[in-house]
Design a protein around this ligand. Structure first.
Ligand SMILES: NC(=O)C1=CN([C@@H]2O[C@H](COP(=O)(O)OP(=O)(O)OC[C@H]3O[C@@H](n4cnc5c(N)ncnc54)[C@H](OP(=O)(O)O)[C@@H]3O)[C@@H](O)[C@H]2O)[C@@H](O)CC1
Ligand SMILES: [K+]
Length: 505
């Protein structure tokens, strides 16, 4: 499933029209009909449905939707909310088709004319503005949006809720608050970004007949079940413990043994062949009983906190994860720097390890082996010197810029997790739920990611599968024995078995 900006969407439409001869009017017919067939599962013929139609091509879709639903016998009141002079091209063609089919079309000139209809509506469909919206909502459409939002009716948006831009990083002061959005052809970035995704409600993407083979390939995609099926590492019947990677986890502190213990147990539960945990000796005694399958390496410590370099040869490992539960004391800085320079296998850095990284990003950039950073928005904001709100409102831009600048894989965690490769390719993970918004779930994720990195030939596949496994486990557990309230990070680890059973492709 592709994720596009407004400009990319226009380019797709252009390719469709120019290279395959698909006329704009036909595309609009396809789009409108695809939306109707998707909406049929949400609508009933007893409902009073008001459809609001704007002047651009989004409005053009609206004329097709009104005509198709009327033909199907739905009770539709169609309102054109802009003057006739604004309805041009394909939209004008479909407006005439609606009228020539013998259906009424109401013209809105003042907000008071539509009040009664909106108050009495069971469903309001917004086909006023799509990817062509610019700036803040204005004029009569702004009033219509405000009045629609006050109603009890079920609100549906076509392609985008009016008032929401397609792109990220743009403030919204008012927009149609949809319960459901039927997105046309490809997910628009704003459906995945914190300040705008709330306006979409639930959403689905409909196919409209674009010539997929001719379209420029998108560098942003939603990671889906079929992707996991293709990429999930297979365990061969004749494999042994060495076939599934030898991992090292470095972190922990005497007063926080839980973090590294959870990471380690999650790594083991996710199929790693062998695991060593390097932590201050005072932490190991509390970690060991929880991960009996691991071996341990005591680190130099000072009052329960790592202090100094690592003495062991780290070239023996196939993958290293660093930082969980290590604390932010200056003493641990040397260890982080040491590992960034010495680790020749893929290196994942999380949590407190990220905190120590800001001054040594130039060393990260010099690494020739893959580096994976797994920040939440707060940690990422600290790394890139931006505010958290700037990051969460333009996460695609900032994570791509960061990954490209430092040559790292970035897993920007959140309700929507964005995974970016050093070459700028991005995948979005939509699994998981609010049950994960708890201390420890990040530690579990790091453990799963390390295990996947040990078992896969592709870091990008490993990260995407790991995020999906983590999110699906939360979903499965909250559908069965747990709720989002009580779910703990440790429950996730024990729930992994259930998820991996469904991954036995
Ligand atoms: N391209 C294709 O072939 C296909 C496109 N498709 C569909 O077309 C949509 C894109 O259509 P689009 O490009 O016509 O833009 P659109 O979203 O209708 O907006 C333009 C209108 O908005 C108005 N307006 C702008 N800002 C405003 C504001 N702040 N406040 C108020 N008004 C504002 C602007 O008015 P003006 O600025 O001219 O006064 C103009 O009237 C896309 O989302 C999808 O639904 C599908 O059918 C598949 C084929
Ligand atoms: K719309």
């Amino acid at each position: 499933m592709d994720v596009v900006t407004a400009q990319e969407m226009y380019e797709w439409d252009q390719v469709a029209i120019e290279s395959s001869g698909l006329e704009g009017k036909l595309l609009m017919e396809n789009a409108g009909r695809a939306v109707c067939f998707d909406l049929e599962k949400k609508l009933s013929k007893h409902q009073k449905i008001v459809i609001l139609i704007g002047g651009g091509n989004n409005g053009g879709d609206g004329f097709v939707i009104a005509r198709t639903l009327l033909n199907l016998g739905y009770s539709i009141e169609a309102w054109q909310v802009v003057p006739d002079s604004k309805v041009e091209g394909g939209s004008h063609f479909h407006k005439r088709l609606l009228e020539n089919s013998g259906f009424p079309l109401y013209h809105l000139e003042q907000i008071t004319e539509i009040r009664e209809s909106l108050v009495g509506a069971d469903v309001i469909i917004d086909a006023m503005l799509g990817i062509g919206m610019k700036g803040r909502l204005r004029g009569l459409i702004r009033q219509v949006v405000a009045l629609s939002n006050e109603q009890e009716a079920f609100r549906i948006a076509v392609d985008l809720p009016s008032g929401v831009p397609a792109d990220e990083g743009i403030d919204v002061d008012q927009a149609f608050e949809a319960d459901y959005t039927c997105i046309i052809a490809a997910v628009k970035i704003s459906a995945l970004v914190e300040n705008t995704r709330v306006y979409y409600g639930e959403w689905n993407v409909v196919e409209i007949g674009l010539p997929v083979k001719k379209l420029p390939s998108s560098t942003r995609k939603v990671w889906q079940w079929e992707d996991a099926k293709r990429a999930f590492p297979k365990r061969r019947a004749n494999s042994h413990k060495g076939s599934h990677g030898k991992g090292l986890i470095v972190g922990g502190a005497a007063n926080m043994p839980g973090s590294i213990a959870m990471s380690a147990r999650a790594t083991l539960r996710s199929g790693a062949g062998l695991l060593t945990v390097a932590a201050p000796g005072s932490a190991i005694q509390n970690v060991a009983p929880y991960v009996q399958e691991a071996t341990f390496l005591p680190l130099q410590e000072d009052s329960g906190v790592v202090n100094g370099q690592i003495d062991t040869d780290v070239s023996n490992y196939d993958g290293v994860a660093l930082g969980m539960g290590m604390g932010r004391r200056l003493k641990s800085h040397k260890l982080v720097e040491d590992l960034v320079c010495k680790v020749e296998s893929p290196l994942l850095i999380d949590a407190d390890g990220l905190y120590q990284l800001k001054d040594i990003l130039h060393l990260v950039k010099e690494r020739t082996n893959p580096t994976v950073l797994t920040p939440h928005p707060g940690e990422f904001a600290h790394l890139v010197d931006q505010s958290i709100s700037t990051i969460v409102n333009a996460p695609f831009y900032y994570s791509r810029k960061f990954s490209e600048t430092y040559g790292v894989y970035t897993v920007l965690k959140g309700p929507v997790t964005i995974i970016t490769a050093p070459d700028g390719r991005q995948y979005v993970d939509l699994t998981g739920n609010a049950g994960l918004a708890k201390g420890g779930s990040g530690d579990v994720l790091s453990g799963i990611l390390l295990a996947m990195m040990l078992q896969s030939n592709s870091i990008m596949d490993a990260l995407n599968i790991g995020c999906m496994v983590h999110g699906l486990t939360a979903e499965m557990l909250t559908e069965s024995e747990h709720s989002m309230v009580d779910l703990l990070a440790t429950d996730l680890i024990e729930g992994l078995s259930q998820t991996f059973r469904t991954f036995s492709f």
